[in-house]
Ligand binder design. Structure first.
Ligand SMILES: [Fe+2]
Ligand SMILES: [Fe+2]
Length: 215
């Protein structure tokens, strides 16, 4: 007897709805690791600085919503069980990032982006489509997405007001994790995407960053 569970399509749909709600409802992601911000005292940011950091953290939070959706979409359609399992595990790790960003946004008196359901839907569709085509493309998407996220994180780290050690600690830990996710996806056989596809993804991420900074 094996202990592996077999889910019917209806079970999978319910699990999927549950995962979507856990990603999109406020305060719903329970992190496995405490926020790296906890080790640092809060810095006195003036109103304009707090608003700016809030905007940056909102972008990062939506990025994590997209990562969740991408992984969940891929897990739905991945062909190899090992790939499916790896996707589900990576999605679990992204929950930490999601929760840490949300905590920081709330500390600064803000709220996550209202556009999150839209970006969730888009990313879920991309993930499910990539997974349905092939596991190599699906893993390639993870690697390319994580590359994009690391670029944002570098930019945001450079833009943080001096002394905002709490935001900095979160972004630095995320950066480390995302680099690992990208390497793991390539090691697992992910396709290295050609430049034009990467350029298309950058364009999409520009739309996301421009809108979620404010909305
Ligand atoms: Fe992440
Ligand atoms: Fe990641």
């Amino acid at each position: 007897m094996t202990s592996q569970r077999h889910y019917s399509p209806a079970d999978r749909l319910l699990l999927q709805a549950d995962a979507a709600l856990r990603t999109l409802l406020p305060f719903s992601g329970q992190p496995n690791r405490p926020s790296p911000a906890q080790a640092h005292p809060d810095s006195a940011l003036d109103e304009a600085q707090a608003r700016h950091v809030c905007g940056l953290m909102r972008i990062n939070h939506t990025g994590e919503v997209c990562a969740q959706a991408l992984y969940q979409g891929q897990a739905l359609t991945a062909k190899l069980p090992a790939v499916r399992q790896a996707m589900e595990q990576a999605a679990d790790e992204e929950i930490d990032h999601l929760a840490w960003c949300e905590q920081r946004i709330r500390e600064l008196g803000g709220r996550p982006s209202l556009l999150n359901p839209l970006f969730y839907g888009l990313s879920f569709g991309i993930g499910a489509t990539a997974g349905a085509i092939s596991d190599r493309i699906s893993l390639g998407f993870v690697a390319a997405t994580e590359d994009q996220v690391v670029k944002h994180l570098d930019q945001h780290l450079a833009e943080l007001p001096t002394g905002d050690a709490r935001s900095q600690a979160i972004l630095e830990q995320m950066r480390e994790d995302e680099l690992q996710h990208a390497t793991a996806a390539l090691d697992a056989g992910g396709l290295r995407f050609p430049a034009p596809i990467k350029a298309g993804m950058s364009l999409l991420s520009k739309v996301m960053t421009k809108t979620t900074y404010r909305i």
